[in-house]
Design a protein around this ligand. Structure first.
Ligand SMILES: NC(=O)c1ccc[n+]([C@@H]2O[C@H](COP(=O)([O-])OP(=O)(O)OC[C@H]3O[C@@H](n4cnc5c(N)ncnc54)[C@H](O)[C@@H]3O)[C@@H](O)[C@H]2O)c1
Ligand SMILES: [Zn+2]
Length: 362
């Protein structure tokens, strides 16, 4: 139905369609062994993938991994490496990741690290996995000390975003992924906002044409941003690079950590976007009406817009730690208006605390 081209160092396509996995047989290339690394709830989809790529000349190894974030551990990584070793995987073989962003982050890192890098195909099965994790080449795992601490850039040969696979996704996961979609609407693509406003229930219905169009637009947004700034160099002057993707994420990451990752990523980012809206009103002249709209869009998608569970000093400390990890001052992506992002660097402590109080009080 639609193809988004990602102009990375080695360009690749994201195919967004019902039944997109049927393109797999044409993507196996020279491989004589294929490993399908899949999250366990996706066993059925993984079987179908195996059937599509297996043949007389191609043997398929299925590697089931625990569901969600539990896959992104050193133990599971080692299990995957050893499964490849036992099956005699060579440089010309292929790895396919089937699952949410956690599974594809792991599978991509296995591909990046096996024999210093083998070909990788991504089959994301969550909204978040399609619009965010599958594009941009970042792969990795977590450590007990922190999320995503070990990883590599490794672009896939192709991404097959098969919309049929979303049918079993729980509503809460759909909403979480839509937080990244509406983020693209706030910072750049206002057509996303009108698609949501015209029919919010349709936007949340993974079988609707409206939902498919939202996914396509969000993938296009991410593809454009990463093509512009392949290695996440930096934002220079007025130009915001990959950092644009961080809208809502500065506070969002701190809330995720405070909640021990019990909130879905998109839920924490939704709260971070509301906070960024309040900061933008104070510091960038974002209008009251736009702040109210920002909250409305998130609520229409079933996302939270109020939060007060964490004491401010603790969240502030978590943001400072994140900042230290990146070696820079506290930075927020803000908005002058929808589609007009601007950086907010090192805002005053008083304004930060007041905006956090607003997040809990309306
Ligand atoms: N590489 C990147 O650039 C990038 C970007 C954003 C997020 N991420 C990573 O992605 C992860 C989050 O991704 P996520 O939100 O997809 O979470 P996830 O992978 O944990 O999946 C969420 C849940 O949905 C289940 N699931 C997946 N597909 C399903 C389906 N079709 N039907 C029913 N259940 C299904 C999973 O088993 C899991 O329980 C995090 O680890 C994050 O670090 C990476
Ligand atoms: Zn995100």
């Amino acid at each position: 139905m639609s193809t988004v081209r990602v102009n990375a160092e080695r360009p690749y396509s994201v195919e967004i369609d019902y039944g997109a996995i049927n393109k797999l047989p044409g993507l196996v290339g020279q491989a004589s062994r294929v490993a399908v690394i899949y999250g366990e709830p996706l066993a059925e989809a993984a079987l179908e993938v195996s059937r599509l790529v297996g043949s007389g000349e191609v043997s398929v190894l299925g590697v089931g991994v625990p569901t969600g974030e539990a896959a992104k551990t050193t133990d599971i990584l080692i299990d995957c490496w050893r499964a490849l070793a036992r099956a005699g995987f060579t440089r010309s073989d292929l790895i396919i990741g089937v699952g949410g962003g956690a599974t594809t982050d792991l599978a991509g890192f296995v591909a990046a690290s096996w024999l210093r890098g083998v070909s990788y195909l991504s089959v994301p099965t969550t909204v978040l996995g399609m619009v965010d994790a599958a594009v941009g080449g970042k792969t990795g795992i977590d450590l007990p000390e922190g999320k995503n601490l070990v990883g590599a850039f490794h672009e896939p040969r192709a991404v097959l975003a098969d919309l049929d696979l979303l049918r079993t996704l729980p509503d809460r996961e759909v909403s979480s992924g839509l937080a990244e979609v509406v983020k693209a609407g706030f910072v750049r693509d206002e057509r996303i906002l009108s698609l949501i406003r015209e029919h919010p229930d349709g936007a949340r219905d993974v079988t609707s044409a409206r939902h498919a169009e939202l996914i396509r637009r969000a993938v296009q947004f991410k593809a454009d941003v990463v093509a512009d700034d392949l290695r996440e160099v930096t934002s220079v002057g007025e130009r915001i690079g990959r950092e644009l993707l961080n809208f809502g994420h500065t506070l969002g990451h701190a809330i995720e950590a405070w909640e021990n990752y019990q909130l879905r990523h998109g839920e924490a980012v939704a709260l971070g976007m509301v906070f960024a809206g309040y900061l933008s009103r104070r510091l960038l002249g974002l209008s009251d009406a736009a702040v109210a709209d920002l909250r409305d869009y998130l609520e229409m998608l079933g996302l939270p817009v109020e939060y007060s569970a964490a004491p401010w000093p603790q969240l502030r400390e978590l943001m400072a730690r994140d900042k230290k990890a990146r070696g820079s001052s506290l930075r927020f992506v803000g908005l002058r208006a929808f589609g007009e992002p601007a950086m907010i660097v090192a805002p005053s402590e008083r304004i930060l605390a007041e905006c956090y109080a607003q997040l809990g009080s309306q």
